[in-house]
Design a protein around this ligand. Structure first.
Ligand SMILES: Cc1cc2nc3c(=O)[nH]c(=O)nc-3n(C[C@H](O)[C@H](O)[C@H](O)COP(=O)(O)OP(=O)(O)OC[C@H]3O[C@@H](n4cnc5c(N)ncnc54)[C@H](O)[C@@H]3O)c2cc1C
Length: 457
C-alpha cells in the first residue's frame, strides 16, 4: 500500500498511533517538534510519571508492547491519605488486585518510539515543528529547530497528535466554518517536586500507593518511580490566600509546607529550592468539534480532547482513541479481497471515529473536573468515605448490579466513558437518598440500607 499518512507529534498518542497504522500496512511519517529524547540529555534526572490503567493497557496490548511496559510500571493498589495532623489512612482503588500503574512518561514514550521505528514503514523526523497545515492541499509545513529550514510534506491523510495546543488544529479553528472550540483553565495550577529515594534506592513512603495530601482547596500527590523516588505534584490555586501568588519567598514556602505538609518535609530535603526552580504550569480542558476535516485530517489524543489530570485518564483516553480507530480500520478496511478505495474507506472511518468518540471524550473531561473536587476535598471527608464504603460493600455483594464509577472508568475498558458517566450520575442520586437515612453512620451495613439501594435499582 503506497498511501502516505502524516502524524504531527510523536508524543504518547502519536507514537502509538503510528504503530497501529504501520501494522495495518500504511506508510507513516511522524514529525516531532522536540529533538529525539532517547539521545537528548535533557530528560536525565527528570522523572515525571503518569497513572496507566486498563484502557491504556488495552491500547498497548493491541500492538504487543504491554509486557515490556509492565516491567517499568509500579502497581498502586489504593490511595494513601496523609491528613494534616500526620495520621494516614488507606483507601483501596478496587477489589482484590486491581491497581493503577505508575509509569515514567519519558520511558513509555521512548519505548513506543523504539517500537514505531522497528516497523519498516514508520519514520520519525525529530526537531520538526509543524507551523501550519494547508487544508485544501493537505500540505503540512514544518520548520527544523536547528537548521531553521522549512519544508512542506504532502500526504494522503494527516493526524494531528500534537497535544493540547495543537498547531495542526489551529488552522482548522481558523478556517472551518462551524468549528466548535472551547478551552477552560481551572483556577489551580501545578508544580512538580520530589521525594528522593532513601538508602540503596529504598522507597520512603509506601511504594504501591498513590499518596494524597488533601487540603480542601488544594492538594499534593505523589507517585512512585522505579528508582525509589516519588514525583510529587502540588495542585494549588494561582490566586487567593493559599495560592502560588502568595508563595514567592523561601520563608513563605517554608511556612506553608510546615502548616500543610509537615509530615512530608523530612522526606523532601530540597523542596524549597525545587519550588523556586520548577515551573508552575496551568491545567486546561479543551473541547472541540469536529475532530476531522474534509475526510482527510483527524485529531487524536490531547489535540482533540485535553482534560485535567485528576482521573489519571488523559493518556489512557488517547490510547483508547487509537484502539477505536484501529477497530474502525478493521471494520472498513479489513483484509478482504475486495479492492477498497482509500478515500472512501477513510471517509467512513473518520466519520464514525469522531461521532463515536466525542461523547466519551466529553464525559471523561467532565469526570476529571469532578474528581479534582473529590481528591482535594472529599477524600478526607468521613461522610464521603462512608458513602464509598457502602457502595463498595454493595458492589461486592451485587457485582452485576453496581460497578462503582471509579471502577467503570479505570478498570472497565468495555464500558464507554459516556456510559460510565451516566451510570455514575444515577448511582450518585441513589446514594444521596441512602446517605440521608437517619443514623446512616450506625446502620450503614444493615439489610435496611441494602434494601433501600435495591429499591432504587
Ligand atoms: C500534570 C499532568 C498529569 C497527568 N497525569 C496523567 C495520568 O496520570 N494518567 C493519564 O492517563 N494522563 C495523565 N495526564 C495527561 C497526559 O499527559 C496526556 O493526556 C497525554 O500526554 C496526551 O498525549 P498526546 O500524545 O495526545 O499529547 P502530548 O503528550 O502533549 O504529545 C504531543 C507531542 O506533540 C509534539 N508537538 C507539539 N506541537 C508540535 C508541533 N507544532 N509540531 C510537531 N510536534 C509538536 C510535542 O512535542 C509532543 O511530543 C497528565 C497531564 C498532566 C498535565
Amino acid at each position: 500500500m503506497s498511501k502516505k499518512i502524516t502524524i504531527v507529534g510523536a508524543g504518547l498518542v502519536g507514537s502509538l498511533l503510528s504503530i497501529y497504522l504501520a501494522k495495518r500496512g500504511y506508510h507513516v511519517n511522524v514529525f516531532e517538534r522536540r529533538p529525539d529524547m532517547r539521545k537528548a540529555k535533557t530528560m536525565a534526572g527528570k522523572s515525571i510519571n503518569l497513572a496507566l490503567s486498563d484502557r491504556g493497557w488495552k491500547g498497548l496490548e493491541g500492538v504487543g508492547i504491554a509486557d515490556e511496559i509492565r516491567k517499568i510500571a509500579i502497581p498502586m493498589y489504593g490511595r494513601a491519605i496523609h491528613h494534616k495532623d500526620g495520621s494516614t489512612a488507606y483507601q483501596p482503588y478496587g477489589k482484590d488486585n486491581q491497581a493503577i500503574y505508575s509509569v515514567s512518561r519519558a520511558e513509555i514514550n521512548m519505548r513506543l518510539m523504539d517500537l514505531a521505528e522497528q516497523q519498516p514503514n514508520v519514520e520519525i523526523h525529530f526537531s520538526e515543528r509543524c507551523t501550519t497545515i494547508e487544508r485544501n492541499k493537505l500540505n503540512a509545513h514544518f520548520e527544523n529547530a536547528e537548521s531553521k529550514k522549512t519544508s512542506v510534506v504532502q500526504s494522503d491523510l494527516l493526524f494531528g497528535a500534537d497535544g493540547a495546543f495543537a498547531a495542526s488544529r489551529l488552522n482548522m479553528q481558523l478556517t472551518s466554518d462551524l468549528f466548535e472550540y472551547n478551552q477552560h483553565y481551572i483556577e489551580a495550577g501545578y508544580k512538580e517536586l520530589i521525594i528522593p529515594a532513601g538508602e540503596n534506592g529504598s522507597f520512603l513512603l509506601e511504594k504501591n500507593a498513590l499518596h494524597i495530601w488533601p487540603r480542601g482547596s488544594f492538594m499534593m500527590i505523589a507517585l512512585p518511580n522505579m528508582d525509589g523516588n516519588f514525583t510529587c505534584t502540588l495542585f494549588l490555586p494561582f490566586e487567593g490566600e493559599k495560592s502560588f501568588a502568595n508563595l514567592k519567598t523561601p520563608e513563605q514556602i517554608k511556612a506553608f509546607f510546615e502548616t500543610e505538609f509537615a509530615d512530608a518535609i523530612p522526606l523532601m530535603p530540597t523542596y524549597i529550592d525545587d519550588f523556586i526552580k520548577n515551573p508552575t504550569s496551568s491545567l486546561v480542558t479543551v473541547k472541540c468539534f469536529p475532530w476531522t476535516f474534509d475526510n482527510k485530517i483527524g485529531l487524536i489524543g490531547d489535540a482533540a480532547h485535553a482534560i485535567v489530570p485528576f482521573y489519571g485518564q488523559g493518556m489512557n483516553c488517547g490510547f483508547e482513541d487509537c484502539v477505536v480507530l484501529n477497530d474502525l480500520i478493521e471494520k472498513h478496511d479489513s483484509a478482504s479481497n475486495e479492492v477498497k478505495n482509500f478515500d472512501t474507506v477513510w471517509a467512513k472511518i473518520l466519520s464514525e471515529y469522531k461521532t463515536l468518540r466525542k461523547p466519551d471524550a466529553d464525559a471523561i473531561a467532565d469526570l476529571a473536573i469532578m474528581n479534582f473536587i473529590e481528591m482535594r476535598d472529599k477524600t478526607a471527608d468521613p461522610k464521603f468515605l462512608l458513602q464509598k464504603k457502602i457502595e463498595a460493600g454493595f458492589s461486592k455483594k451485587y457485582p452485576d448490579k453496581w460497578i462503582p464509577l471509579y471502577s467503570m472508568v479505570t478498570y472497565s475498558p468495555d464500558i464507554r466513558y459516556s456510559k460510565a458517566f451516566n451510570e455514575g450520575q444515577r448511582q450518585e442520586s441513589i446514594m444521596q437518598k441512602v446517605m440521608a437515612i437517619p443514623e446512616i453512620e450506625k446502620k450503614w451495613d444493615t439489610e435496611e440500607v441494602e434494601n433501600e439501594i435495591l429499591k432504587y435499582l
